[in-house]
Design a protein around this ligand. Structure first.
Ligand SMILES: N[C@@H](CCC(=O)N[C@@H](CS)C(=O)NCC(=O)O)C(=O)O
Length: 115
């Protein structure tokens, strides 16, 4: 498994954290920010949005941090991480959606204004 993305990115950190939680082996490639590399044709083929994180798992290319987390939970997590019950899953997923749609933009606005 390969994870592309600079470790200073919150969205990359989520994935790094979860890969460790699941005890999965992976290669981490720093990309984006001061490392650059998002504007290449090769990277655009992986993620046409030209953003990190991007996870490569065998032949699969996965982008969008929460999509990656869901993919990892569904593929490698046990019942704790990916409950079979859709309702029980919704109890996790609503926080993921809330965090990305509401919390993160508000936080980034405050963070940006502060600095
Ligand atoms: N919604 C996307 C956001 C992706 C995103 O905006 N990534 C930022 C880092 S947090 C990025 O690639 N910025 C360009 C860069 O780092 O050079 C996700 O959750 O993966």
């Amino acid at each position: 498994m390969k994870l592309y993305g600079r470790s200073t990115s919150l969205n990359v950190q989520k994935v790094l954290w979860f890969l460790e939680e699941l005890g999965l082996g992976y290669e981490h490639i720093e990309l984006g920010g001061k490392f650059g590399g998002l504007d290449t044709e090769e990277f655009s083929r992986l993620n046409p949005m030209k953003k990190v994180p991007v996870l490569i798992d065998g032949d699969h290319v996965i982008w969008e941090s929460h999509t990656i987390l869901r993919y990892l939970a569904a593929s490698y997590g046990d019942e704790t991480w990916y409950p079979a019950s859709p309702y029980r899953r919704s109890l996790y997923e609503r926080w993921m959606d809330w965090a990305q749609l509401l919390l993160q933009p508000a936080f980034m606005g405050t963070f940006g204004a502060y600095y």
